[in-house]
Design a protein around this ligand. Structure first.
Ligand SMILES: [Mn+2]
Length: 346
C-alpha cells in the first residue's frame, strides 16, 4: 500500500466494487458540514436504489438544522462520546468522504484502524493521511467532494447525465456544492462547478429551501456571538491580518454553543486591506481551535496560502480555507497564530 496522499483508483473501479457489496458504511469528518452530509446522503440513497445497504455514520455533535435534509434516510448519529458498537461491524466496504485525515476521524479511529484495507477515501483536500484507506480517489480541483460523488452516483445509476439523477440524490449533492463554495462566491467556483449546479437544479434540487434550511436558521445567540467576536478584533501588519477570538465565557454569556461559533472567519475578508483572517475559539483550558481564510490575490499581492500557514502549527486544509488545533491556552495560541500569519504576509 502506497503511503502517498494521491488517487490510486478510478471512480469506475470504485463503482464496480460498491456494486459488488451488500453492506457499506459511510463515514465523513467530525464537525459535519453541508458537503460531508450531502456526499454521504447522496451515496447512501444511490446505493439503496441498487439494493445495497449503506449506512451513513456521523461522529461528533449533530446539527439539528440538518434533520429535514436527512428526512427518512437511515443514519447513525454517534454523538460526542460515541459507542462504536453501534456501527455495523462487518461491512464489505467503508467509504470516507470529504476527509482522509485521522485528526478529523478521531472518534471512530479505533473502529476504522483495523479495517483500512477495505476502506475507500473520496476527497478533495490537498492533504490527508493515506493510511486511512487502501483505496483513494482524490480530486483537489473539485469545488466540493459532492462534485466527485455526483459523478460516482451517475456511474452507479448508469445515467448519461447528472440531471437524470433522482431529486432525493441531486438535492444533497447541491447542498454540498453550494455550501463548500460559499453559495458560489469562493475562488473554487469553476465552469464545471456551475455546470454541475445547473444540472442538479434541473434534477429538482430546491435552492431556496436548502438556503433557508442552512443559512437562515440561526438563533439570536449566534448574532450576539458575532457582535462579541467583532469586539475582539485585532488588525496586524498594516491591516493585512485580522484576528478574532472567542472564549468559552463568551459562548456562555451569549447563550450560544460551539456549533454557533463557526463560520465567522469569512466576515473578516470583507475589509479591503485584509488579506488573511483567523478566528480562534477556546475549546478547553489549553485547547484552541483556529480557522483561517484568505482572499484571492491580484497583481503584486499574492494569495496567502493558509494551508501552508496551518501546517506550520499542525493543521491543514485548502489554500484559502484551513484550520488547526493548538494545545495551548487561547492567549498563547493567538500569539502563535499572529506570528505565523506575519511571516506569511511579509
Ligand atoms: Mn468539502
Amino acid at each position: 500500500m502506497s503511503d502517498a496522499w494521491m488517487t490510486n483508483v478510478t471512480l469506475e473501479r470504485i463503482a464496480e466494487r460498491l456494486r459488488d457489496a451488500k453492506n457499506v458504511v459511510l463515514l465523513t469528518h467530525e464537525k459535519l458540514d453541508g458537503d460531508a452530509l450531502g456526499g454521504t446522503l447522496a451515496l447512501a440513497r444511490t446505493l439503496k436504489q441498487l439494493g445495497i445497504k449503506a449506512t451513513p455514520v456521523y461522529a461528533g455533535a449533530w446539527t439539528k438544522r440538518f434533520d429535514p435534509i436527512v428526512g427518512g434516510t437511515h443514519v447513525i448519529q454517534l454523538g460526542d462520546e460515541p459507542n462504536l458498537d453501534l456501527i455495523p461491524s462487518n461491512p464489505d466496504w467503508i467509504v470516507i468522504s470529504d476527509t482522509g485525515s485521522w485528526s478529523q476521524l478521531s472518534k471512530v479511529r479505533a473502529w476504522l484502524e483495523p479495517r483500512t484495507e477495505k476502506t475507500m477515501v473520496i476527497d478533495h483536500h490537498l492533504h490527508g493521511d493515506a493510511t486511512t484507506a487502501a483505496v483513494r480517489h482524490i480530486e483537489t480541483g473539485a469545488a466540493a467532494v459532492c462534485q466527485t460523488i455526483a459523478e460516482l452516483c451517475r456511474i452507479l445509476l448508469c445515467v448519461d447525465r447528472v440531471d437524470e439523477l433522482p431529486k432525493e440524490i441531486a438535492e444533497p449533492l447541491y447542498l454540498g456544492l453550494a455550501t463548500d463554495t460559499g453559495w458560489f462566491r469562493h475562488s473554487n467556483v469553476t465552469p464545471d462547478a456551475l455546470r454541475l449546479a445547473s444540472e442538479l437544479l434541473e434534477a429538482g434540487a430546491d435552492h431556496a429551501r436548502l438556503f433557508r434550511l442552512t443559512e437562515q436558521m440561526d438563533k439570536p445567540g449566534r448574532l450576539r456571538l458575532i457582535a462579541r467576536a467583532l469586539t475582539s478584533m485585532e488588525l496586524h501588519s498594516s491591516d493585512q491580518i485580522a484576528v478574532i477570538a472567542l472564549t468559552l465565557n463568551d459562548l456562555k454569556e451569549c447563550d450560544a454553543n460551539m456549533n454557533e461559533a463557526g463560520g465567522l472567519t469569512d466576515m473578516l475578508l470583507t475589509m479591503a486591506p485584509v488579506r488573511v483572517g483567523a478566528c480562534l475559539t477556546e475549546v478547553g483550558e489549553s485547547r484552541t481551535k483556529i480557522s483561517f481564510r484568505s482572499k484571492t490575490g491580484e497583481g503584486a499581492v499574492a494569495t496567502v496560502d493558509v494551508n501552508q500557514v496551518a501546517r506550520t502549527i499542525g493543521g491543514g486544509g485548502h489554500a484559502q480555507a484551513a484550520g488547526a488545533r493548538l494545545e495551548l491556552p487561547i492567549g498563547e495560541a493567538k500569539a502563535r497564530v499572529i506570528a505565523a500569519l506575519q511571516d506569511a504576509v511579509s
